[in-house]
Design a protein around this ligand. Structure first.
Ligand SMILES: [Zn+2]
Length: 418
């Protein structure tokens, strides 16, 4: 071997060693993130789930939709059935879920609490590094959101048609037609949890809309440039930038989601909204009196916009740890906001304890029967209302093409770290 060849071979070995190290680090990172997910995203009752004959018959014919899950965050391959967490394609199919909203949660403070958080710390950057996400996602939040959208698109592309990402009313209509013939398919819809993902610029609404995001909350766990959070320090309302953002979102057919918003932000959004407003994962103060939950007046105002309330599955919104507690919280929301305006907002994979994973939604159908709802009411709550809302509010069609390419641009070179 000539010395030049020897150097080349040495270089190749060094490159291979570096690649092996990177792979090992990534596997280690995924393992550590998986342990964190398993510790935070608990399930009170593990599958399999037993339901009544009547619930089984009814659940099988429902169009089930859930308005909030954080499954894109944890690094799991959502095409594989996970041994922890709550949502992946196999479990959505087994649970007869027609549509799962997949949220991009781009920044989460350390020592998260319901009452008071500032924006100085950021746990999501630790996940991004541990999972080997592109370096742009370590520094800024918009690339983080776009990278999560690209993960969803990659899952869909590799799913043999089992997973679709719905972006337009035309996508929804085509999906419905296909699902009639082929029940082994499910769908996702992209959302953003907290407008800090816009990196301070309301014009970035166009970028997230192009990437296919169809709902966004003004704030998550801390106050940001656009709005106050229910869990922030100031807990103020919409800022001028926030008002511009809401206008731009409505102009791009994105739903404004007031989950996590401060009471002042909820009121400000409702005062200016011209299109339906949603609370994707929430509770009512009549069930649990907390800053996180909506007053009866706010719930009714959301209904008046034509929007829906996704009732959450964890104790501080539904008041308990079982399917019966969720059903009672739903029954209360129906009394306050009306049967057309109540939906599911599990917060699966959202670092809160829930009674069951996505395969256990049949337990909720059963509990709603127990709570005295008739079949038509159950059909609406379990997903019918979300279907109506999306059919009415999604952009009509042909806005998907630019979407995938801009998401891909944000993450040009990543083939691992799904
Ligand atoms: Zn949340």
């Amino acid at each position: 071997m000539t010395s030049a060849r020897r150097i080349a071979a040495g270089g190749a070995i060094a490159t291979a060693a570096a690649a092996a190290l990177t792979l090992t680090a990534k596997a280690g990172g995924r393992w550590a993130v998986g342990r964190t997910e398993a510790r935070l995203c608990t399930t009170a009752q593990l599958p399999p789930y037993m339901a009544s004959e009547r619930a089984r018959a009814l659940h099988a014919e429902l169009w089930v939709a859930d308005l909030h899950a954080d499954s894109l965050l944890w690094g799991r391959d959502l095409l594989q059935r996970g041994s922890h967490g709550h949502v992946d394609v196999p479990r959505l199919l087994e649970g007869n879920v027609a549509l799962q909203v997949l949220a991009a949660s781009t920044k989460s403070p350390r020592h998260l609490n319901l009452d008071r958080n500032d924006d100085r710390s950021d746990d999501v950057v630790l996940l991004a590094i541990a999972l080997g996400w592109p370096p742009a996602t370590w520094r800024r939040l918009l690339p983080r959101a776009l990278y999560m959208a690209s993960r969803a698109d990659r899952f869909a592309a590799r799913s043999d048609g089992r997973l679709r990402i719905i972006r337009t009313a035309a996508d929804l209509a085509a999906y419905d037609a296909d699902r009639g013939a082929r029940p082994d398919i499910t769908a996702g819809l992209l959302a953003i949890e907290g407008a800090h993902a816009l990196d301070g610029d309301p014009a970035n609404v166009d970028i997230v809309a192009d990437a296919g995001f169809r709902m966004m909350g003004p704030a998550h766990f801390f106050d940001n440039a656009f709005a106050g959070s229910a869990h922030g320090v100031e807990k103020g309302g919409l800022t001028d930038l926030g008002r511009e953002m809401v206008e731009r979102m409505e102009g791009r057919s994105m739903l404004v989601d007031v989950a996590h918003a401060s009471s002042a932000t909820v009121d400000d959004v409702l005062a200016m909204a011209r299109r339906p407003v949603i609370a994707s994962h929430t509770g009512l103060r009549g069930v649990v009196d907390s800053v996180r939950n909506l007053t009866d007046a706010q719930a009714r105002a959301i209904a008046e916009t034509g929007g829906v309330l996704g009732i959450g599955f964890w104790p501080t919104v539904c008041g308990g740890t079982g399917a019966g507690d969720i059903a009672r919280a739903i029954a209360h929301a129906i009394r306050v906001a009306g049967i057309e305006h109540v939906a599911l907002g599990s917060d699966f994979d959202g670092a809160v304890p829930v009674p069951f994973d996505a395969t256990g939604l049949i337990l909720l159908t059963d509990a709603l029967i127990e709570a005295g709802l008739d079949d038509d009411a159950i059909r609406k709550v379990m997903g019918g209302n979300v279907h109506r809302l999306l059919a009415e509010t999604l952009p009509p069609g042909d806005q998907t093409n630019g979407a995938i390419s801009s998401a891909a641009l944000a993450a040009p070179s990543v083939s691992t770290g799904r």
